[in-house]
Design a protein around this ligand. Structure first.
Ligand code: AMP
Length: 205
């Protein structure tokens, strides 16, 4: 148990957290800082970080923060990105995979929870796949959006609209949650509502 944990609140046991975030080195400075901060926070909780192994942008800052705090960082990266030299060499572990699809699958398989920071289409498709998999009970852990400067407001509005128009079930609103700051992440993950084992039964209703 990490030093910031609150006894009695644990509902979800976490060892590894998968983080999706921007690879852009031109991302706003406060987003970069949030990524570095999150890395440090996860490491101090004793939680391993699983991410896409990139060195640039928020991805790189996340790894910087976690490694500087003595954390474990595992990167999962497809061969072609390694060939482009987009991967970091100084991680605790690097898992090389064949395809982007395999990478996403492995990141979710290795993690007990997902956290998303601001990002581009890559981050959003990773996040939406995690949400989709949870709807189908292929992944059951917490999915948390760190909503720095309200970045995720339109995406959450879009998801709410899908629920309101009965394209998703009302209960699917519990798939994801958001917090304002990286510092809110440990408590939010620990107290995340458990996902029902029978979720597949209302996946299509
Ligand atoms: P985005 O949010 O669009 O920057 O996408 C982040 C995701 O895109 C990462 O998880 C990777 O799948 C991929 N990606 C794009 N560019 C890079 C890069 N330079 N290094 C590592 N991963 C990258």
């Amino acid at each position: 148990m990490g030093m910031n944990s609150t006894p009695g609140l644990e509902t979800v046991k976490i060892q590894n957290v998968c983080v999706f975030c921007a690879s852009s080195s031109r991302a706003p400075a406060d987003y970069m800082e949030a990524a570095r901060e999150l890395g440090g926070i996860l490491a101090r909780e004793g939680w391993g970080v699983v991410y896409g192994a990139g060195g640039a942008g928020l991805m790189g800052r996340l790894a910087d923060g976690a490694l500087a705090a003595g954390g474990r960082v595992c990167g999962v990266i497809p061969e072609f990105m390694l060939e482009m030299e987009w991967g970091r060499q100084d991680l605790t572990e690097v898992e090389v995979v064949d395809t982007m699809h395999r990478r996403k699958a492995r990141m979710l398989e290795r993690a007990d929870a997902v956290v998303a920071l601001p990002g581009g289409c890559g981050t959003m498709e990773e996040l939406l796949e995690a949400i989709t998999w949870k709807r189908l009970s292929l992944f059951s852990g917490p999915i948390l959006l760190v909503n720095t400067r309200d970045f995720f407001a339109p995406l959450m509005e879009q998801l709410r609209r899908a629920v309101d128009q009965h394209l998703m079930n009302d209960r699917h609103r519990d798939i994801w949650r958001s917090v304002k700051h990286p510092g809110d992440v440990p408590r939010a993950l620990r107290t995340f509502p458990p996902w029902p084992e029978n979720a597949r039964h209302f996946a299509a209703l």
